[in-house]
Design a protein around this ligand. Structure first.
Ligand code: PLP
Length: 457
């Protein structure tokens, strides 16, 4: 097995670290963990069926068994909001993949986050959060926790641990981080964040949606709770909404479980649990290809004269490239870049793309492009966007698993449309573009750059 000099598996190679309860490796856990063929019902499904029942027959009246005594591992179920066999299977699998003892699956990433934060804080507490969070989490912290529940929330630049240290006090109950962030792919040092949280008896929560457990496992780095929007890489096919919170802290898990099942009842539906179980089987395969393709796209964009900046932790030019290599096993499939142009150029560029669909979200097998200034981050006031570095010429791409040459050719179409400079151009088909370049021999510099990458396997 090949390993890189920093001890991470080389891109494209399976992981080596045994993490499962019986020493299984990540790829094995992804495929089978939590789903056991059950011959006792005479069927023996190899994959977990979608258990749609909302309620379950019980043996008889039993005054001695409380709800908390029901053991899903012994097939003891009462009511699906409390526990459901399909949801239980996905919770077991994700707990194992993240290296945690407990996982609770929710109706969305947002509901996993609200439960995790709610379980950590009380009115009067203080939260320190990365200023560069997913817009919905930013708004939740301000408009629900700060404005309605009297929790003070301070946003800081967590790329700098000293800024986090300075903001954290003994009233701080929670540090809430994403790494890398959306859309600028900034990192925070998870071990440092955990140390700061420990100094003040606070908890550290990390939203690991952008990397997924294949590339980053924050619990191993000292986080107390990890959340995902399973809507993204974990399901991986843009056809299910869900979330999960994972922790090894028994008491905290009880709190989150209470909110999931009783306090808010915002559980993952059985059909989504099935979709996620199925999506997870290919998580390592998908993540490797996402990363390979994203690395190609990032290198191509960085060499392009119509691009003024590329934000991708896998590039050596990324200011936190070394930290990325220390705490992540890969660099993921999302990146953002600045076009060297104005909003009209951005519009022309995006309109000419065939493979990259203009849409929010990320982590599916198909490539998506989005314009943070007018889409994901439009709720932020323009000045706040400017302060964060989200300009009108910034585009974010979620690089899918298509052939990388087709993706580069698509981006090249965008650059050609941008150069053509008029709204009425330019959406040549791939073959038209190639024919034209061959016929004239006058491919512009940007195309030459692209071709160098297109030829480069
Ligand atoms: C990093 C991150 N966390 C959480 C969420 C929210 O997830 P969901 O849409 O599943 O509620 C998103 C959604 O885009 C996200 O990007």
């Amino acid at each position: 097995m090949k390993w890189s000099s920093v001890g991470h598996p080389i891109v494209g190679m399976p992981s080596e670290t045994p993490t499962g309860p019986h020493g299984e490796r990540f790829e094995t856990l992804s495929v089978t963990h939590g789903e056991e063929p059950d011959l006792s019902n005479g069927v023996g499904d190899v994959t977990s069926p979608i258990h749609l029942a909302s309620t379950y027959a019980v043996d008889g009246i039993d005054m001695d068994t409380g709800l908390e005594d029901l053991d899903p591992d012994a097939d003891e179920f009462l009511y699906t909001r409390l526990s459901n066999p399909t949801r239980h299977a996905v919770e077991k699998r994700i707990a194992a993949l993240e290296g945690g003892d407990h996982a609770m699956a929710f109706a969305s990433g947002t509901s996993a986050i609200v439960a995790a934060v709610m379980a950590a804080v009380e009115p009067g507490d203080h939260v320190v959060a990365f200023e560069d969070l997913y817009g919905g989490t930013n708004t939740m912290l301000k408009e629900l926790f700060r404005d309605k529940l009297n929790v003070a929330v301070e946003f800081v630049d967590a790329t700098d641990p000293e800024a986090v240290r300075a903001a954290t006090t003994d009233d701080t109950a929670l540090l809430w981080m994403e790494t890398p962030t959306n859309p600028l792919l900034r990192l925070c040092d998870v071990e440092e964040m955990a140390a700061i949280a420990d100094e003040h008896d606070a908890l550290l929560g990390v939203d690991n949606t952008f990397m997924g457990p294949y590339f980053q496992r924050p619990l191993e780095l000292g986080a107390d709770v990890v959340v995902h929007s399973t809507t993204k890489y974990i399901n991986g096919h843009s056809d299910s909404l869900g979330g999960v919170a994972v922790t090894s802290d028994d008491e905290f898990a009880q709190e989150v479980g209470f909110l999931q099942q009783v306090g808010m009842g915002n559980v993952m539906a059985p059909f989504d649990a099935y979709m996620v179980l199925r999506g997870l089987k290919t998580l390592p395969l998908r993540m490797r290809q996402h990363e390979t393709n994203a690395a190609e796209v990032a290198a191509y964009l960085e060499a392009h004269e119509q691009v003024s900046a590329v934000h991708y932790p896998g590039l050596e030019s990324h200011p936190q490239h070394d930290l990325a290599d220390e705490q992540m096993d890969g660099h993921g499939g999302v990146l953002s870049f600045e076009l060297d142009g104005d909003l009209g150029d951005v519009e022309r560029f995006v309109a000419a793309l065939d493979q990259f669909t203009l849409a929010v979200s990320l982590g599916g097998v198909e490539s998506l492009v989005e314009h943070p200034g007018s889409m994901t981050h439009s709720p932020l006031p323009a000045e706040e966007r400017a302060e964060l570095g989200i300009t009108d010429s910034l585009l974010r791409v979620s690089v899918g698993v298509e052939h990388p040459k087709d993706l580069l050719a698509d981006l090249e179409r965008g650059f050609e449309a941008m150069e053509a400079g008029s709204g009425e151009s330019v959406q040549p088909s791939e073959s038209d573009a190639e024919d034209e370049a061959d016929a004239t021999g006058e491919t512009p510099t940007s195309s030459e750059t692209a071709e160098a990458h297109l030829d480069d396997d």
